[in-house]
Design a protein around this ligand. Structure first.
Ligand code: PLP
Length: 449
């Protein structure tokens, strides 16, 4: 690293601490890492160290950093038509909508574009309420749906608490999670059946005539990467049909190849009424999200105006990045690669780590979407950090990964491994080797308790 680059990085840090207000943070207690450069699956910090980006930032750089085709598409779009208001039609937005609709589940052919995932969920809930004329929404405790008002209230994780004034019309239920089953289930089939019985009871006791929608991440991500057991999502679909609820599938994190299919839903063959997306739609190069609508909800707004919109809905720069991302994903077989990575490298590699590290209680995931559940006592499944909190052990793990050259996401008692879907096999293996070494810090802390 040159001296000039080091000085630039130091200036970026100093100005950040002076002027930038950070999300979800006590401002005086943070030490943000400066990223000076990024390429493919790697980022470089302010000291010039290379780190393998197993976080894909916030699980969005599905094509890695600086994919040349996406960068060129943004540059060309900026030159041709940098921006246009949402009321006009333009070829880039139309093409992005067409390409997205080619991959969404059957019948979800219309796209309302937003700036990200939270506003996609805000609008999906608004559409469901207007479509049904009912006020309340059901969502799962272990979920994250975004940081805006409705989105944070449908969220189940502890970030909701400070924003929940009890007036959002949201009721939470337990989704399936066999490792920490709320239903004392011992098999996937039991977990599915009991979680569905619990949901059915919740619907009956809340009053179906008051419920507009069920909002669910198809594979809950931030909450710990929790692929649902077979049959669960089909059961949710059936409950929605029986009681006239709109099924909103949140594919913001799981969508666009992350799970080794275009959408998490594709593993389960279930078609929702509305599907939200963001992040991977354009590898996060320019903010973009959206709601894909099926015909029944779309018809509600055929003659009646939809009361909602955004200045930058379907921004051409973001849509150009989406078009290039989807085309690159198809031509480079990126989704197939994510599936293979999960089956051949990440899944087996992480399970092998679990055999050797007593602190690994559970390995979950699919595609390029994995989590380790870290425990101090395997028998009791005692988490090494509280839900929504951290612990010295988790901080030490994060630091050891970083020292070794790996940037994973850590959350509560979990480490999430979500590299770009096109990471070279050797880099994926190298990431696992670094993690292997770093986990020794957790084993040692757990042993000394
Ligand atoms: N939904 C899910 C499943 C997410 O993981 C996220 C963000 O992590 C969101 C919604 C919110 O998206 P955004 O941060 O783009 O508003």
């Amino acid at each position: 690293m040159t001296d000039a680059a080091r000085t630039d990085a130091a200036r970026a840090y100093a100005l950040d601490r002076k002027h930038v207000f950070h999300s979800w943070s006590a401002q005086e207690h943070i030490d943000p890492m400066v990223i000076t450069r990024a390429e493919g699956p790697s980022v470089w910090d302010g000291e010039g160290n290379r780190l393998l980006d197993f976080s894909s930032q916030l699980v969005f750089t599905n094509l890695g950093h600086r994919h040349p085709r996406v960068v060129a598409a943004i540059q060309e779009q900026a030159d041709a038509l940098c921006t246009v208001a949402p009321a006009h039609a333009n070829s880039t937005r139309s093409e992005a909508a067409r390409l997205i609709a080619e991959h969404t589940p059957e019948g979800l052919d219309r796209v309302f574009f937003t700036n990200g995932g939270a506003d996609a969920n805000e609008h999906a809930v608004r559409m469901a309420r207007l479509h049904t004329g009912r006020p309340k929404v059901l969502s799962a405790y272990r979920s994250y749906h975004g940081g805006t008002d409705t989105a944070i209230n449908i969220t189940g994780d502890p970030r909701r608490w400070a924003n929940d004034h009890g007036g959002a019309g949201v009721v939470h239920f337990f989704g399936p999670f066999r490792y920490r089953s709320a239903f004392h289930a011992t098999t996937e089939a039991e977990e599915s059946e009991r979680a569905l019985a619990h949901l059915e009871q919740t619907i009956e006791l809340e009053g179906p005539s008051t419920l507009a929608a069920i909002v669910l991440e198809t594979v809950p991500g931030t909450a710990g990467i929790l692929p649902p057991p077979p049959g669960y999502l089909a059961g949710v679909r059936e409950l929605c049909d029986r009681h006239g609820l709109v099924f909103i599938a949140d594919e913001v994190m799981a969508g666009f190849g992350r799970t080794g299919r275009w959408f998490g839903l594709d593993h389960y063959g279930v078609v929702p009424d509305l599907m939200t997306f963001a992040k991977g739609v354009n590898s996060g190069y320019v903010p973009l999200g959206g709601v894909a609508l099926g015909e029944p909800v779309h018809r509600t707004f055929a003659d009646r105006p939809y009361p909602g919109g955004l200045t930058y809905s379907g921004h051409p720069l973001a849509c150009a990045a989406a078009v290039a991302t989807i085309e690159a994903m198809r031509e480079e077989a990126v989704v197939e690669n994510a599936d293979r990575l999960g089956r051949e490298i990440l899944g087996p590699g992480l399970r092998e780590l679990a055999e050797r590290h007593p602190s690994v209680g559970d390995v979950r995931g699919l595609g390029a979407f994995w989590a380790l559940d870290l425990v101090s006592d395997r028998e009791r499944r005692t988490p090494v950090a509280p839900n929504g909190g951290s612990s010295p052990v988790m901080s030490a793990l994060g630091a050891a990964c970083k020292r070794g050259g790996l940037l994973p996401l850590t959350s509560s008692n979990r480490v999430h491994l979500t590299p770009p879907l096109n990471i070279p096999d050797e880099d994926a293996r190298e990431g696992l080797r670094i993690l292997d070494k770093a986990l020794e810090t957790v084993d040692a802390a757990v042993r000394s308790r």
